[in-house]
Design a protein around this ligand. Structure first.
Ligand code: C2E
Ligand code: SIN
Ligand code: SIN
Ligand code: FE
Ligand code: FE
Length: 380
């Protein structure tokens, strides 16, 4: 399903390689996970993990303040060894319970920092009670350091690229009624769909990192509208054929913007830029091949673009545009259902239909149209 990602090296793959080489000497270490922290929302969530066999959690996410044991580590810069999760595990911690259920018995937790700012945690888990002796812990120091550099580097690259693109985004939407609220909503619909697909995906081919990048980059699908003249973009009526032809060029204009920014920031490769590229390039393709620009079909359209299409159209339908009134939710959901397999990937439609309550919650939460800057900086 995510064949499109296979030719890029994700942080997930790199972590798996580090884990594999570590296991040559320390086969007892069955799992390494990295969770990163977002100061603004106080949310700690899994970024990548490498796990032998069944993963104890999929897509772990918690408020740091609600996990006092971890919060204390973050503040104190201490590491933590738990020799027997079954006995010493912080009582009431659901994820420790899950670790035990999947066979893990001991764990080693390291908070890591970038220029003194708390960045996240690394978790090493073993099925052997008392595995993390002083010697093992010392041995892991180097690997832990390597992993923290890898993660910090990746996240900083994403942040740099994103801040550049924020500028383009702000410009493209400042003269458009498609304001920040639309982007906030559609990014969350996209994440909802991606998460639902990930939860359903038995092979764990859709990882947390992917879900995160879809969320991060979905709002940029229309950066290329910056190149569309006002008299077309803001026309209060139906576009003529010629005007629509010009309108379609927002896709290639967007591709150009992404390329120049990616080159400027020296982030031309890597999974995250690929996700961004695909979203911009393919967000108007249709599942049956009737879309633009290339007329790709089915799995030939990268998954991230299939997801964003459903999110974008749903929000375009349910809100007022300069050229159309808002549809009711019932009508919009009917439209998705009707177009499943034609316009849209049926799996993405199912994910949206199956999460109608959550989608409607997003809709009410991000109803206002004037929280552009606020809402956008809130998330990372
Ligand atoms: P957008 O407003 O963000 O809409 C995104 C997509 O949502 C559209 O892509 C279309 O697939 C879907 N959509 C929006 N409104 C409707 C609707 O009333 N009925 C149906 N069936 N689908 C709808 P599309 O068509 O490729 O258009 C791309 C962009 O072109 C739109 O982005 C909008 O900015 C512009 N556009 C499209 N039609 C018109 C129009 O008649 N007048 C003006 N001024 N702009 C238009
Ligand atoms: C996960 O892999 O989803 C959980 C992350 C953790 O170890 O807390
Ligand atoms: C883990 O070791 O994967 C997480 C356990 C914890 O939160 O302490
Ligand atoms: Fe578009
Ligand atoms: Fe849009």
């Amino acid at each position: 399903m995510i064949e499109t990602l296979s030719n890029t090296v994700s942080v997930q793959n790199q972590l798996q390689e580090i884990h594999a080489s570590l296991k040559l000497e320390r086969p007892e270490i069955g799992r390494i996970a990295v969770a990163i922290y977002d100061e603004q929302t106080d949310i700690l969530k899994t970024f990548v993990h490498s796990t032998d066999g069944e993963a104890p959690f999929s897509h772990y996410e918690a408020r740091l303040n609600q996990v006092p044991s971890l919060r204390d580590l973050a503040l104190s810069h201490d590491v933590r060894v738990i020799d027997d999760l079954q006995i010493d595990g912080v009582s009431g911690s659901l994820h420790i319970l899950r670790l035990v259920q999947t066979g893990y018995r001991s764990s080693y937790t390291i908070p890591f920092y970038d220029h003194g700012r708390f960045f996240g945690f690394m978790f090493f888990d073993s099925s052997v009670v008392g595995y993390f002796s002083e010697a093992v812990v010392r041995h892991l120091e180097l690997h832990a350091h390597l992993i923290s550099l890898l993660i910090i580097n990746e996240v900083s690259r994403v942040t740099a690229l994103r801040s550049a693109i924020d500028v383009a985004r702000a410009m493209s939407h400042s003269r458009n009624e498609e304001t920040g609220a639309h982007l906030d909503r559609m990014a969350r619909y996209a994440r909802l769909i991606a998460k639902a697909l990930a939860d359903r995906d038995p092979g764990d081919a859709i990882d947390d990192e992917f879900v995160e990048y879809v969320f991060l980059y979905a709002p940029l699908h229309d950066v290329g509208k910056i190149a569309i003249p006002d008299q077309i973009l803001l026309k209060p009526k139906k576009l003529s054929d010629d005007e629509f032809t010009i309108m379609k060029s927002h896709v290639s204009a967007g591709m150009g913007i992404v390329e120049s920014i990616a080159t400027g920031f020296n982030v031309g490769s890597g999974q995250h830029v690929e996700v961004l590229r695909n979203i911009v390039r393919y967000h108007h393709e249709a599942y049956d091949g009737s879309g633009y620009l290339e007329g790709r079909a089915g799995a030939g359209i990268p998954l991230e673009a299939r997801i964003v299409t459903v999110a974008d159209v749903f929000d375009a339908l349910t809100t007022e545009r300069c050229y159309k009134p808002a549809w009711t939710n019932d009508r919009a959901f009917d439209f998705l259902r009707d177009q499943a397999g034609r316009r849209f990937d049926p799996d993405c439609v199912d994910a949206m239909l199956g999460n109608r309550r959550r989608a409607e919650h997003i809709q009410t939460q991000f109803r206002s149209n004037n929280r552009f800057h606020e809402a956008y900086t809130e998330e990372l």
